[in-house]
Design a protein around this ligand. Structure first.
Ligand code: CP
Ligand code: NVA
Length: 310
């Protein structure tokens, strides 16, 4: 085992880190982003290798992890279900034992959270959740950093979630509990968040609303996501009918605070979960949000591999 791994941490859910660790990560992200913008070379992960395992499609997660790792001096191995033995039923535990003997860090995008956890339980190196059916912690890390960049601390603020009670919604709830803000959530009936599955103990960190307009009222941030997440495509038609009134439009944004931000993890479907005038309008920060995936993940990889700097 390499030095430093005695304190090995995984990042499988947002609640795997404490508030003070997030404060540190957001500070490091700002430093790392500034260096990148100034074309300053910063290669603390020279000779380190990240394995990225994708069982679902990706644009942002792949590019942000891969570019980020190269920028920090490391290298990347990219695996998918179709081109590895994962697609031919090699047990996830065996895959973890083998892959983690050859690399320093693993990022996985898969279906069930239990599969990610089985990998982590058999890994010699830190494992990062690149999205599961249940959670998407790297995305919320980027979203909160983006909020802080534009508006300052998110503590005490209200985030409106309009749409599916999915992996993003679950992760927002975990973040609210840890970082001290509230989520006002509106989902169609049958698509609610399950607080037990989301893993939140403090039910006061969120409030549910039948009408999405009520969830948006006075919110500091309005956010949404696709009606049909990856892996749920068979439900597409049924979901299109159920979610028809859960489109973030100008009227919902007008109900929020006058300086409210709009976020979407992307990819987006204009005219479904969000109106074009909102995602392409002045309150939208979706491109900063996407770029910040790379900066926060560089800080996260540095932290998992090297601990606190300085
Ligand atoms: N937001 C996000 O995770 O995007 P990708 O699916 O493109 O990675
Ligand atoms: N909830 C979406 C997020 C995509 C980044 C999905 O899981 O497909």
């Amino acid at each position: 085992m390499k030095p430093g791994y005695s304190l090995m941490k995984h990042y499988l859910q947002f609640k795997d880190l404490r508030a003070e660790e997030y404060a540190y990560l957001f500070e490091r992200t700002a430093i790392i982003k500034k260096r990148f913008k100034n074309y300053e070379k910063y290669t603390p992960l020279a000779d380190r290798t990240l394995a990225m395992i994708f069982e679902k499609a990706s644009t942002r997660t792949r590019v942000s992890f891969e570019a980020g790792m190269y920028q920090m001096g490391g290298s990347v191995v990219h695996l998918t279900t179709g081109d590895s033995q994962l697609g031919r039923a090699e047990p996830i535990e065996d895959s973890a034992r083998v892959i983690s003997r050859m690399v320093d860090l693993v990022m996985i995008r898969t279906y069930e959270q239990a599969k990610l956890e089985a990998f982590a339980a058999n890994s010699r190196v830190p494992v990062i959740n690149g999205l599961t059916n249940e959670f998407h912690p790297c995305q919320i890390l980027a979203d909160i950093f983006t909020y802080i960049e534009h508006r300052g601390s998110i503590a005490g603020k209200t985030v409106a979630w309009v749409g599916d009670g999915n992996n993003m919604a679950n992760t927002w709830l975990q973040a609210a509990e840890i970082l001290g803000f509230k989520v006002h959530i509106s989902t169609p009936s049958g698509y609610e968040v399950d607080p037990a599955l989301a893993g939140v103990r403090d039910q006061s960190c969120f409030k549910s609303f039948k009408d999405p307009m009520d969830a948006c009222r006075d919110a500091h941030l309005v956010t949404t996501d696709v009606w049909t997440s990856m892996g749920f495509e068979a439900e597409n038609e049924q979901r299109r009918a159920a979610f028809a009134d859960w489109c973030v439009d100008a009227e919902m944004m007008a109900a929020a605070q006058p300086d409210a931000l709009f976020m979407h993890c992307l990819p987006a479907h204009r005219g479904e979960e969000v109106a074009a005038e909102v995602i392409d309008g002045p309150q939208s920060v979706v491109w900063d949000e996407a770029e910040n995936r790379m900066h926060v993940q560089k800080a996260l990889m540095e932290y998992l591999l090297l601990g606190r700097i300085g």
